[in-house]
Structure formats: C-alpha cells, structure tokens
Design a protein around this ligand. Structure first.
Ligand code: B12
Length: 259
C-alpha cells in the first residue's frame, strides 16, 4: 500500500467498535450460508471460532482506521490465510469475508465514516490478493547453533531433562546464557511457531515447549554470575491481551546479568 488511508475520528471509531460483535455475527452467518458444508468438519465449535476469527480481522482493521496505515492488516491477512489453509479452510474465503464486512459497515455507519471503513477494507483486500503469492517475510531469529536441532526435538517430546542437559553442555563450553537464549532457544521457538502455523503442533504442544524453555532459562540464569548491579531498573511488561512474555524474559535476563 503506497497511499495512506483516510482515518476515522474518535466518534466514528466508537461506532465502529460498538458494531464489532454484530459485524462478526453477520459475516459468520454469510460464511456459513455460502461455505457451510466445508465448515462441517469443525463441528459445533466452528461458528464460535469463525466469529473469533472475524473479530480478529476487526482488531487489525482498527489501527488501519485510526492511523490510516494498511500494511499491518495486509501482513496479518497473509498470515491468517496460511493458518486457515493449514486447517482445511481455503484461503479464498478471506476476500469475501472482507467484502461482507465492508457491506455490513456501509449499511450501519454514517456515510462519511462508512466510506473510510469500506475503503480501508477494500485496500486491504486488494493488497492481500496481490501479496498472496509473496506474503511479507516473517521475522528471522538469530542463526541457530547445531544444538538447536536436538533442543527442538526435546521440547516437542516434552523431554525436560534433555533440554536442560543441552543448556548445561553449552554453559560448560563457555557460552553465556544470552548467547544460548539467542542461538538455541529463540530459533527453536520460532520454529515451533511455524509448526503451529502449519498445524503440525497443537497449542498444548506450544504451551509445553514454552514451559520447558522457560524453566531451562531459569536454571541457566541461576547458574550464571551477574556483574555488580548498576542501580538502574527496568520494568518489562506485555501489552494487554498479549501473553508472549518469553522474549521479554530473555531481555530481562540480559539486563539482570549485565547489572
Ligand atoms: C511460545 C508462543 C506462545 C505461548 C506464549 C507463552 C509465553 N509465556 O510467552 C502461548 C502458547 C501462550 C501462545 C499463545 C498464542 N500465540 Co503464540 N507463539 C509462541 C511462539 C511459538 C514463541 C514466542 C517466543 O517466545 N519466541 C521467542 C522469543 C525469544 O522471541 P521474541 O518474542 O521475538 O523476542 C525476542 C525479540 O523480539 C526481542 N524482544 C521481544 N520483546 C522485546 C522487548 C524489548 C524491550 C526489547 C529490547 C527486545 C524485545 O528480544 C527477544 C530476544 O531476542 C511464537 C512464534 C514466534 N515466531 O515467536 C508464537 C506466535 C507469536 N504466537 C502466535 C499466535 C497466533 C498465538 C495465539 C493467538 C494462538 C496460539 N498459537 O495459541 C495465542 C495468543 C495468546 C495471547 N493472548 O497472547 C503467532 C502470532 C502471529 C501474528 N501474526 O501475530 C506466532 C508468531 C506463531 C505463528 N508463527 O503463527 N504463543
């Protein structure tokens, strides 16, 4: 997206927000009316998941309306299409849901606000369709060390001891905790994220991997010697609604060991 989008003022954003649940319900109904037989595979939970997904589209549309910038929503749509495709829903279902959202808001908002919302949705749809064959590159982790491969299998197998032993061998070899976190733990967690995205690892597996990685990091921290504290403090916290704390934990470890 080159040109910026028109932004929506505070009052319009309030109206947009107030309609989010209804919009998600309406688009879910249209998706089911159009593609119902494909969604039968998801059983009774399917509609709920579908509504949550449409609500997530609106979550990403919100900043596009507030700040007039569409690329984050387009990146999100590319990511979302890959997630649903790996779970049996054709990525072709994404574009119609954006059109139906536009139609819903066109009917329910003031004309000027509706025009901005529909323009943002159409711009995101167009750029998503153009980007579909070349989605934005995912963030890259630092280069993995050879130990990362075994660390990955130990996290996936729930093998806590093996994961800890890998950390211990790296520490014995003179590597610092931050180096191990960057070149073993982080690349492996990114790979686990790719596997979740491709539907090869369940959320439960992601949780188990995080728990093991976190405890290995804690063990590494307790075995490391920090430099003398410099008296400075930092407070690290996730933004509301985002539970991805492990990266922050790594930053905290580095700060703590660095005094
Ligand atoms: C572990 C994990 C989880 C755990 C998190 C547990 C925890 N306590 O952290 C759980 C299972 C809870 C989880 C849940 C979800 N997750 Co998740 N998760 C991951 C995973 C696999 C690893 C995250 C991680 O720890 N990475 C390792 C750390 C070290 O890397 P990092 O966060 O990038 O941090 C480094 C730098 O970025 C930087 N940094 C980070 N923060 C800061 C801050 C400062 C101040 C500084 C200086 C530097 C800095 O320094 C760190 C060290 O180098 C990622 C995959 C990925 N690519 O990261 C997906 C991922 C982030 N999750 C994803 C998703 C979709 C979800 C869920 C919605 C669904 C699900 N999979 O369950 C829920 C949402 C929950 C919520 N409300 O937040 C997506 C997000 C996609 C997107 N477009 O936003 C990802 C990318 C997976 C994917 N490939 O699709 N997840």
């Amino acid at each position: 997206m080159n040109a910026g989008l028109e932004t929506v003022g505070a009052e319009g954003l309030r109206r947009f927000d107030a309609l989010r649940t209804e919009a998600a319900d309406a688009v879910t109904e249209r998706l089911y009316a159009t593609y119902g037989p494909i969604y039968e595979q998801y059983g009774p939970r399917g509609r709920k998941t579908c509504r949550e997904d449409i609500a997530l589209h609106l979550e990403f549309l919100r900043p596009a309306l507030e700040f007039g910038v569409a690329p984050p929503m387009v990146d999100y749509l590319c990511w979302y299409a890959s997630v649903i495709a790996a779970r049996g829903t054709p990525r072709e279902h994404v574009a119609p849901s954006l059109e139906w959202l536009a139609a819903f808001y066109a009917e329910r908002m003031e004309p000027a606000e509706a025009a901005a919302v529909t323009a943002a949705l159409r711009a995101a749809r167009r750029d998503f369709l153009n980007a579909e064959t070349a989605p934005a590159a995912a963030p890259q982790a630092p280069d993995p060390w050879p130990e990362a491969a075994v660390f990955l299998s130990s996290l996936l197998a729930g093998d806590h001891r093996e994961a800890l032993a890998i950390m211990q061998r790296c520490t014995d070899g003179g590597r610092s905790l931050s180096e191990i976190e960057l070149h073993v733990v982080q690349p492996v967690l990114y790979q686990i994220g790719e596997k979740w995205q491709a539907n090869q690892v369940a959320v439960a597996g992601e949780h188990m991997a995080t728990a093991i990685a976190q405890s290995v990091m804690t063990a590494g921290l307790l075995r490391s010697t920090p430099v003398a504290p410099n008296g400075k403090r930092a407070l690290l916290a996730c933004v509301e609604g985002n539970d991805h704390a492990l990266g922050l934990r790594m930053v905290a470890d580095a700060f703590q060991l660095g005094g």
